[in-house]
Write a protein that binds this ligand. Structure first.
Ligand code: FRU
Length: 480
């Protein structure tokens, strides 16, 4: 076996032996040890779901990127696999950056960015990025075939290819930076090896729309076409764009050979603290599913002290509603993780806090907005976070608490128009994912309970709150 891969696998095993699990996810994909960021190469092929991810196997910090690998037959239970790609060839010397996977007549094929620092390590102004190919006969071991697409003159960054087949051919969207502005470039090919430039699908007109568009993805949803991407450099404005970087989408219409006709401007996909670099894939039955990196660049990550960092979100299904909004809901396969349901009666609280359950990982509840007048009401998760209606701001707020100031603070979404707020909440050892009114909004944040306690309680401050019946489940581990 390739020496670089064997060394990397050995490094993960060594780190794994020292890993501490206080924050280690029970039902989210995470590295066996070391660092991960973006989901890569999500694909269903030959009866198996594959999730690859940006991985640094040598320690808990970002470094020369490898591709970690996990597989699942049911999208609920997962197994780590040997590392799939290691950097080291002249075209990917400093990293196998993000990319995708396709089913090429039964051959699992990866298309990823080979990254090289031309000057100092970390000097983003001096990089060479090319799109590269690797294939596997057995779904575990990969043969690199080198670069298949280099950027034209004048493109400063060129990475994160996402490929799909349509109209007898292959299409690729790539993130790029040209003249200091982000863009999504479209290419086409007959054989995955020889690529022609088609057009720029869309790009920033000003710096306010991003200096680089990372991780683009381009796919049909309902009657529309979605351009999903992660722009860097959007300034925070009030409640908008509060995170270091954003992830969101443009909606429009597109046919092969035509321009992308955008009908809806940029909209963020998730309003929490930690959601970046999402990538979609097609489920066995055709649903459009998505994973994202459940962290944010430059955030403190307390799990580093435990020998690992980074996790992916739950797999989520994307749909389009009648108003043309993209909805995001947990993939239905996750129900396989549920234990017996626990039911809690409807309750009215008046200036109270009421403990509900010590150990639920999934919870559904509804709040009657019309029958509640408390200033703040909702649920608390141990001392680590609260999810509540702020009646004055008229918003649903996710607030997290930590001894680390960089991990404190709120993210929020406007309350929906009707009288009922329905919430589906997933509580893992170091994360909270909230799906609001069947996916109209989502909030995803890492939380780090210092005492390990994640018990759920209800509360109403300065007034009354009406909670509908609640249901909770313990979830089993996804690790086979
Ligand atoms: C997004 C990203 C990608 C790049 C990768 C490197 O988080 O910056 O653009 O390919 O991470 O790890």
């Amino acid at each position: 076996m390739n020496n670089a891969l064997a060394q990397a696998d050995h490094a993960v095993e060594t780190l794994r032996a020292q890993r501490q699990d206080d924050y280690y996810p029970q039902f989210h994909l995470a590295p066996a040890a070391g660092w991960i960021n973006d989901p890569n190469g999500l694909v269903y092929i030959n009866g198996v779901y594959h999730a690859f991810y940006q991985h640094h196997p040598y320690d808990e910090n970002w470094g020369p990127m490898h591709w970690g690998h996990a597989i699942s037959r049911d999208l609920a239970h997962w197994q780590h696999q040997p590392i799939a790609l290691a950097p080291g060839d002249d075209y990917d010397k400093d990293g196998c950056f993000s990319g995708c996977a396709v089913d090429d007549n039964g051959v699992l094929t990866l298309i990823y960015t080979g990254h090289v620092w031309l000057d100092k390590v970390g000097d983003d102004d001096q990089v060479r990025e090319v799109q590269c190919l690797a294939t596997s006969e057995d779904g575990v071991h990969f043969v690199k075939h080198g670069p298949v697409l280099a950027p034209p003159e004048g493109i400063q960054h060129f990475r994160d290819p996402k490929v799909w087949s349509q109209n007898d051919g292959w299409w690729m969207v790539v993130g790029a930076k040209q003249n200091g502005l982000g863009q999504a470039r479209l290419y086409r090919s007959k054989d995955l090896r020889d690529w022609q430039f088609d057009r720029v699908l869309d790009g920033a007109q000003t710096l306010h729309q991003g200096y680089m568009w990372e991780c683009p993805d381009f796919f049909p949803l309902g009657e529309k076409q979605v351009l999903l991407f992660s722009p860097q450099g959007l300034a925070a404005q009030g409640y908008r764009h509060p995170n270091r970087f954003q992830s969101g989408y443009l909606l429009g219409h597109w046919q092969p050979g035509a321009d992308f006709d955008v009908t809806r401007p940029f909209c963020e996909l998730d309003a929490g603290h930690d959601f970046y670099a999402p990538q979609t894939f097609t489920a066995a039955d055709g649903r459009r599913l998505l994973f994202a990196w459940m962290d944010m660049w430059e955030s403190p990550m307390p799990s580093k002290a435990h020998g690992w960092a980074g996790a992916l979100t739950l797999p989520r299904e994307l749909t389009l509603n009648a108003e043309g909004n993209v909805l995001m809901n947990p993939a239905r396969e996750l129900a396989a993780l549920r234990g017996l349901p626990q039911t809690f009666a409807a309750a009215q609280l008046h200036n109270q806090r009421q403990a509900l359950a010590e150990n639920v990982q999934e919870l559904t509840l509804s709040l009657d907005l019309a029958a509640s007048d408390a200033e703040r009401y909702g649920i608390a998760i141990g001392n680590a976070a609260r999810l509540y209606v702020d009646n004055q701001a008229h918003r649903l707020v996710l607030e997290r608490f930590s001894e680390e100031p960089g991990l404190c603070g709120c993210r929020s979404v406007p309350l929906p128009a009707g009288d009922t707020l329905s919430l589906r909440v997933f509580i893992d050892r170091s994360s909270l994912e909230v799906f609001v009114n069947q996916g109209e909004a989502c909030l995803t944040s890492r939380i780090y309970p210092t005492d390990g306690r994640r018990g759920v309680s209800l509360f109403a401050e300065s007034g009354r709150a009406q909670f509908g019946a609640l249901q909770g489940w313990e979830l089993e581990s996804i690790w086979a």
